[in-house]
Ligand binder design. Structure first.
Ligand code: ADP
Ligand code: MG
Length: 396
């Protein structure tokens, strides 16, 4: 689960970490008062969307020479003028895709006097099975570009879960970020505290880009991208209120409500499968025959007819879907239930694209019978290979 920058900063502030004062607003009328409540004399108006690269992003509705999604202002009135221009418009950044994201909320933040912009993140390093810090002196820009052009400027440090962040780790991070004096002293508090926040809140990602050294030599968290491990959300009722469903894919929300695993992809064949292994095999074989999956929806074991119907509807909602492949191996899941669910869904929402169904396992014959007698235009397949060839041919 992802949250907004202002929420991430509030959370970090609760741990005593240095973040600027700020106020989140949803209407431009609130902007001037919000800015006036801050110390000044510099104010920053920041678009709150679940995507990075906002500073360099551009608003679709505004001219190419208009400013981006993070703007500096020298007075509360100027902050308000910017807020009026930004709110409700669509921000396109390197991370939003060409369709962009509508800006419904702004964060008005106190401006910082920046000396240096650094990069610091925490993530779960799957190779070591540990939480790792990634640090670089090259902050404020696209870290992927830094990793590509100057990989030697990125330092990765994994933390021993037994000890947590040790003084040696702190020294290594201070050195990687070239911090000394007051900034290095700040590091002694900031690094272990970020680690504690990461572990306590079951984060999967905490990215601070940039972490800054201010002209007064102190450190501040200037941007915060926080993601939580979705599988651990049951342990954190306090985080539930941070979820912003308007930022999530509507189909993924609906799928999660039915306890279905739905993943959107870039191709044009929608896939309904049961089990992650079969999902992978189905996508591989679609690719083998020269097409690409648009998504897959895993109905799991023991799904009801209603759940199957919901899955089918979610798949067909995607306008990129030009054909559907239902590939089910009925072990616990019975093929007749799948067939009934598919027929019920097609009767409700119609079938605008070719549908190929491959059923195998428990009650497979009964399932095929239900499909054949439905009067619907469904192509039955004999096996996985046959099914993949048929659907790839059907979408052309
Ligand atoms: P994004 O990464 O989405 O572009 P950031 O929060 O990193 O958004 O802001 C982009 C840039 O704007 C920063 O690298 C920094 O130079 C500047 N900036 C952001 N917040 C402030 C602030 N409070 N004071 C001064 N400059 C800021
Ligand atoms: Mg940033």
């Amino acid at each position: 689960m992802n949250i907004h920058e202002y929420q991430g900063k509030q959370l970090l502030k609760g741990y005593g970490l240095p973040v600027a004062d700020g106020v989140a607003i949803t209407s431009a009328d609130e902007a001037e008062a919000a800015a006036a409540s801050l110390p000044g004399p510099l104010y920053v108006v920041k678009s709150q969307i679940h995507a990075g690269g906002r500073g360099k992003g551009r608003f679709k509705e505004l001219g190419a020479d208009a400013k981006g999604g993070v703007r500096l202002a020298k007075s509360p009135a100027e902050a308000a003028a910017n807020a009026r221009e930004m709110l409700g418009n669509t921000l396109v950044t390197a991370q939003t895709g060409p369709q962009g994201k509508q800006v419904n909320r702004l964060y008005i933040e106190d401006g910082a006097d920046i000396d240096r912009e650094l990069y610091l993140s925490l993530l779960v390093d799957r190779e070591t099975g540990r939480v790792a810090f990634v640090a670089s002196t090259e902050g404020g820009m696209d870290i992927e570009a830094v990793a590509h052009d100057t990989p030697e400027k990125i330092v990765t440090l994994s933390i021993d879960p037994e000890t947590g962040v040790t003084p040696t780790d702190v020294a290594a991070l201070n050195s990687a970020l070239k911090l000394d004096g007051a900034a290095a002293q700040d590091g002694e508090f900031i690094f272990p505290t970020l680690y504690r926040a990461f572990v306590e809140k079951d984060m999967s990602m905490l990215e601070i880009n940039p972490l800054i050294v201010m002209t007064n030599g102190r450190i501040r968290v200037l941007d915060a991208k926080v993601s939580f491990d979705g599988n651990a959300m049951f342990r954190h009722p306090e985080l539930e209120g941070l979820r912003d469903k308007t930022e999530e894919d509507a189909k993924e929300i609906e799928a999660s409500e039915w306890d279905l695993a739905y993943v959107a992809l870039d191709g044009n064949i929608g896939c309904m499968v049961n089990g992650a292994g079969l999902a992978m095999a189905t996508m591989d074989i679609i690719k083998l025959y020269g097409a690409e999956p648009a998504n897959f929806c895993d109905v799991g074991g023991g799904a009801s007819k209603e759940k199957v119907a919901a899955a089918f509807k979610i798949i067909t909602q995607d306008p990129a879907v030009k054909g559907i492949l239902v590939n089910i191996f009925g072990g616990i899941m019975r093929c007749d239930i799948i067939a009934e669910g598919v027929v019920a869904a097609v009767k409700e929402v119609g079938l605008q694209v070719p549908l190929v169904v491959r059923l195998e396992g428990t009650n497979a014959e009964l399932g095929k019978q239900i499909l054949n007698q439905s009067g619907l235009n469904i192509t039955a397949a004999d096996d996985l290979d046959d099914a993949a060839q048929k659907i790839v041919k059907a979408v052309g």
